[in-house]
Ligand binder design. Sequence first.
Ligand SMILES: C[S@@+](CC[C@H](N)C(=O)[O-])C[C@H]1O[C@@H](n2cnc3c(N)ncnc32)[C@H](O)[C@@H]1O
Length: 286
Amino acid sequence: MQHPDSILSLLKKSEEFLKKKEISSARLDAEILLADLLNLQRVKLYVNFERLLNETEKNAYRERIVERSKNKPTSYITGQKAFYNSLFYVNENVLIPRPETEELVEKILLDFKDEAKEIKVLDLCTGSGCIGISLKIARNDWNLSLSDISKEALEVAEKNTIQILGDTNHIQFFESDLFSSIPRESKFDLIATNPPYIPNSDKESMMKDVVDYEPHLALFLENPKEFLMNLIEAAYSYLNPGGKFYMETLPSLANILVTESIDKGWTNGKMEKDLSGKDRFVILTK
Ligand SMILES: C[S@@+](CC[C@H](N)C(=O)[O-])C[C@H]1O[C@@H](n2cnc3c(N)ncnc32)[C@H](O)[C@@H]1O
């Protein structure tokens, strides 16, 4: 018979509770929330099944499970999300970084692997800073700028810059509605962006975890095609000749965005699929 305060008993009880509340990843989430609370790796829970939680730990765990049962994403409860090779701090002012965006980082690094030149890079719509900071870790010689319309998001990006890169030296931050507050004379060799791209009309059909907790400013637009074409057009004037533009986007728009960009004077353009086979990325060359 297991003690009711043991890790094993509390995990079972939490899993059952979350299942009743229709949380699909009930067991996994119960484990993540407990491991993080106890400052253990998740696998270590399995060798500590008999360990008893004290009153403070039990109360804190109960609180976390109740929050999760109300659909709050585990990353907002733990305040962190693993992305590419780092652990990013997140709160409800920034999108929780997604695996597709890791693919975008991977593509850029692969395409630039033979580029020896020190280049200027802008991560537009940076949110937590996950794209730009991950690029900078891999390519310390690159000159990085991060921008977002949200002051609160930029504060998170700055915190991650310090936590992950050690300091904010040589990194520029712009609080800017797209390019409006980025000096006209700034010119970049690479602009990478994961902007909002989901139509408002999709809200109804999306998971409560996302709609109730993630910032709508990071996700939804009334007219994604118009917003993204404006973004692409503005990016053109901020790139050096031959500069590259990488954007994550709505699969149903990827093709038309590439075609219209070529019509408007970009030298080269292509779309690429994500690992689930969706037309997720737009890659353009000035
Ligand atoms: C989809 S999130 C991406 C965040 C992060 N780059 C990532 O991949 O996880 C989009 C970000 O764009 C920002 N944003 C929305 N509208 C913007 C605008 N007009 N100009 C600049 N940033 C904007 C939001 O605040 C949000 O942080």
